[in-house]
Design a protein around this ligand. Structure first.
Ligand code: SAH
Length: 434
């Protein structure tokens, strides 16, 4: 280890910042955040170091920076001259600030850019409200010590408390409830292992279209309940030892009925598991997420919903088809091509009105009926339309044409992936994605 890491308490102490310019400005900010009193000067004078706890120099004449380094070292004051490792007695790390949690990354001065890359990665995996959870634990620290004098018992309690329901509430910004949960757990010396379910949108397929929250929850899951639309690429992001349960549904071949899925989620949560119910796209867009959330709520089980990129958005982005357009579509309608009692149960008069883009989910098998319904309601069969297969996976295929032509061509063109039908004038305004 090139340097010994330590965190300096600068609250109420004086920090000297020598120099004037952008770099010096950037150093002022974290010093102020740490509560230091800033002493700033454009040029060096030894008297500036009187009573100083730490000194930083940047954007000042060379002779001044050297003099600052020498004099600070003579007095035993830690000094950093930005980008001049030979003049420094300490390095400034890249910082992830989730106050009071602070992560500092150093490459020993070898590659600051690499340190910033590592920082980005850490930023992505740490929950934004981690600081609130740490602060909560801090407020309970003394009480926990009193209630649980035995170190091992205390550790067990904290392990459970910092990953349990109250912790989830703190991370979700529901601090009052989190506080109540901690208080209750401490009173009974036990963190209830009540499980919880997260209804998580997996997006259209590409793993890097997951939200950061979805990625974090996948990494923490005990059990993952997923269906057919969730790609292997996304599943690979999950905790290695998480149990996976497939409840996939293929059209007209319902593997697991919805009531059984609901009951499964309730049972898994009651067993104390942290369950991620992973759904393609967004859980609340033709994903029955609403029904599952209701069933969990009826059973008194905590449930959180995490949005995902729905197929329409994934398809639009990958193919460059705008869903709205100032000239062509001032409305976007998400519709299902799924039949009820054998027929399309859609408001065709509303759909046939111009000025909108219609995105039809599960619409391939019933495309002829959709076309007939739309045309009968007055939509021109020559309206621009497209089928996008596997949109948002990086392997999208597009069949573009008119409502009439795609309906005719679809059977011979489809290759078996999930596909979305887009209809409306905006479909013609497709940007060329290089
Ligand atoms: N909750 C999902 C939709 C589930 S319904 C979401 O928000 O995207 C299943 C239908 O979604 C499929 O029949 C297909 O029409 C559409 N779909 C899902 N993934 C898709 C993809 N990658 N490309 C195109 N269409 C997709």
């Amino acid at each position: 280890m090139r340097h010994f890491p330590a965190f300096l308490d600068l609250a109420g102490r004086t920090a000297l910042l020598l120099g004037q310019g952008e770099t010096a400005e950037r150093k002022a900010e974290p010093l102020a955040r740490a509560g230091a009193t800033l002493r700033r000067a454009p040029r060096f004078d030894p008297a500036l170091l009187d009573g100083v706890a730490i000194a930083i120099g940047a954007d000042a004449p060379e002779a001044d920076l050297r003099a600052l380094s020498e004099e600070a070292q003579r007095r035993g004051i830690p000094v950093n001259i930005v980008d001049r490792s030979e003049l420094c007695t300490f390095v400034m790390p890249a910082i992830v600030d989730r106050d009071p949690v602070t992560v500092a990354i150093s490459t020993g001065g070898a590659a600051p850019t690499l340190a910033r890359m590592v920082r980005q990665r850490i930023e992505a995996v740490l929950p934004p409200r981690l600081g609130a959870l740490a602060a909560l634990a801090g407020r309970f620290q003394a009480a926990i010590r009193r209630a649980l004098p035995d170190v091992a018992a205390r550790r067990r309690f904290l392990d459970a408390a910092l990953t349990g329901r109250a912790a989830d509430l703190a991370l979700a910004g529901r601090e009052a409830e989190a506080e109540a949960g901690f208080t209750q757990a401490l009173a009974s010396h036990d963190v209830p292992r009540s499980g919880s379910v997260f209804l998580v949108g997996a997006g259209p397929g590409a793993a890097d279209l997951l939200t950061l929250r979805a990625l974090r929850l996948l990494g923490e899951a005990d059990v993952i309940v997923h269906d057919r639309l969730v790609s292997d690429e996304v599943l690979d992001m999950a905790r290695r030892d998480a149990r996976r349960i497939f409840v996939g549904k293929a059209r007209a071949d319902h593997c697991v009925p919805q009531e059984e899925i609901n009951a499964l989620l309730v049972r898994l949560a009651r067993e104390g598991n942290r369950v991620v119910r992973l759904k393609g796209g967004d859980p609340l867009v033709f994903g029955r997420g609403g029904e599952e959330a209701q069933a969990l709520s009826d059973a008194g089980i905590a449930c959180e919903i995490v949005p995902g990129i729905t197929a329409a958005l994934g398809c639009a982005a990958e193919t460059g088809i705008p869903l709205t357009h100032r000239d062509a579509a001032r409305m976007l309608t998400l519709a299902t091509g799924h039949t009820r009692e054998g027929r399309l149960d859609l408001d065709f008069a509303a759909l046939a009105r111009g000025g909108q883009t219609i995105a039809v989910y599960m619409g391939i098998a019933t495309l002829p009926a959709l076309r007939d319904g739309l045309v009968a309601a007055g939509l021109d069969a020559s309206t621009p339309a497209a089928i996008v297969e596997r949109g948002g996976t990086g392997h999208a295929r597009t069949l573009a044409g008119t409502l009439a032509s795609i309906t005719l061509d679809a059977p011979g063109w489809m290759s078996g992936g999930p596909a979305l039908v887009l209809i409306g004038e905006a479909v013609r305004l497709r940007a060329v994605v290089p």
